[in-house]
Design a protein around this ligand. Structure first.
Ligand code: ADP
Ligand code: MG
Length: 360
């Protein structure tokens, strides 16, 4: 959503200093988030980083030890889940086995004691949206994993809640179906203008679906920003490594800039090393290889091809530079592109604007 335009609106969701401890372990530590109406926000992080716990505090299943949950200006920190009016799809998306598809989807409306006529209209709309009309009378055991997932999705949106929470909803699906469902969830969310908080450990899923991504590490938000920003401008080594392939070339401060461990000059358009040095971050697709040894200048390093793997649309090289780590380079498999073989001497180079210094 365009967050910078127009007058400030009341956030759909405000998390303030949200903290949860289990025994001596702080599993969610001072999480602050301000989510706009209609925004698709993803919590992305490795297993155990506190994503589900954060979502559970938002939903009301887990009470925080500190901090507040505010929904559309209303402090619900102590309210039970049913008083929060949220739609949910959880990790184990179990739909009720004793109810058919219609009644599974109707469930939130039955709880709200909606009249039968309205239940029928809304269930029909929801089934239409997830493309499951005609399946009303089936039971879970008569549905594929993907179809059950759609039922869970229909159930989450049937009451048109302003906020929907999803915890790894596509984890059990194979790659093709996953992609298909990502597109559908996104489309429905846009059409209904729903505010979405979506949890995944899948970086690609987060990059395709989100307006903003909060990358979690050890219960904290390591970085928050739009997909492109967190991918291209990671603020720390954890984020750089977690999102896609990254080169983190050991670097140390030098007069007027930075140098590699071996002393080759580096120039970066952004970021800074720590007092003890750190890394130069550059994505494999931003590095260019050319034949022969490097001329003098920053961000030009001589190396030897150690390994070349053909991945279809790209060729991925590991280039031995004599630095602590080899450099990964992705070269597009474009018409006329040179292909290098193991042992060849090459120059790896990149623009200052495409790399970044990070503290160690
Ligand atoms: P994620 O969803 O990112 O994988 P979780 O939020 O489920 O992470 O868990 C974060 C940490 O909290 C983990 O180390 C987990 O073992 C711990 N944890 C979660 N729930 C409980 C609980 N009820 N009791 C004790 N520890 C828990
Ligand atoms: Mg989880």
């Amino acid at each position: 959503m365009p967050r910078d335009s127009g007058p400030a609106t009341t956030p759909a969701i405000l998390l303030e200093g949200l903290t949860k401890r289990y025994g001596a372990e702080t599993v969610v530590a001072d999480v602050n988030l301000d989510i706009a109406p209609g925004e698709f926000l993803t919590l992305l992080g490795p297993s155990g980083s506190g994503k589900t716990t954060t979502l559970s505090m938002l939903a009301g299943f887990v009470l925080p030890d500190a901090g507040r949950v505010v929904l559309a200006g209303r402090d619900v920190s102590k309210a039970p889940p049913r008083a929060r009016g949220l739609g949910m799809v959880f990790q184990n998306y179990a739909i009720f086995p004793h109810l058919d598809v219609f009644e599974n989807v109707a469930f939130p409306l039955r709880v709200q004691r909606k009249p039968q006529k309205e239940v029928e209209t809304r269930v029909w709309d929801a089934l239409q949206m997830v493309k499951l009309t005609g399946f009303e009378k089936r039971y879970a055991r008569q549905l594929s994993g993907g179809q059950q997932q759609r039922v869970a999705l229909a159930r989450a949106i049937v009451a048109h809640p302003p906020v929907v929470l999803m915890d790894e909803p596509l984890g059990a699906l194979d790659k093709n179906l996953r992609y298909h469902m990502q597109v559908e969830i996104k489309e429905i969310q846009r059409r209904l203008g729903t505010t979405m908080v979506y949890v995944t450990h899948d970086q690609e899923e987060a990059l395709t679906m989100s307006d903003r991504i909060a990358i979690m590490n050890h219960g904290r938000i390591a970085q928050l920003g739009p997909p492109r920003e967190v991918y291209e401008k990671p603020e720390n080594a954890f984020v750089a490594r977690f999102l896609g392939e990254a080169n983190l070339l050991a670097a140390k401060p030098a007069a007027g800039g930075a140098v590699t461990a071996k002393g080759a000059p580096l120039e970066a358009g952004s970021g800074a090393l720590g007092a003890e040095g750190g890394f130069l971050f550059v994505r494999p697709e931003k590095v260019t290889l050319s034949a022969g040894a490097a001329p003098a200048g920053p961000n030009r390093l001589s190396g030897t091809i150690r390994h070349a793997s053909f991945l279809g649309n790209v060729v991925r090289y590991a280039v031995e530079l004599g630095e602590p780590e080899p450099l990964l380079v992705d070269a597009a498999n474009a018409a006329g592109a040179a292909i290098f073989g193991p042992g060849e001497t090459v120059t790896a180079s990149w623009d200052a604007g495409d790399c970044r210094l990070l503290a160690g």
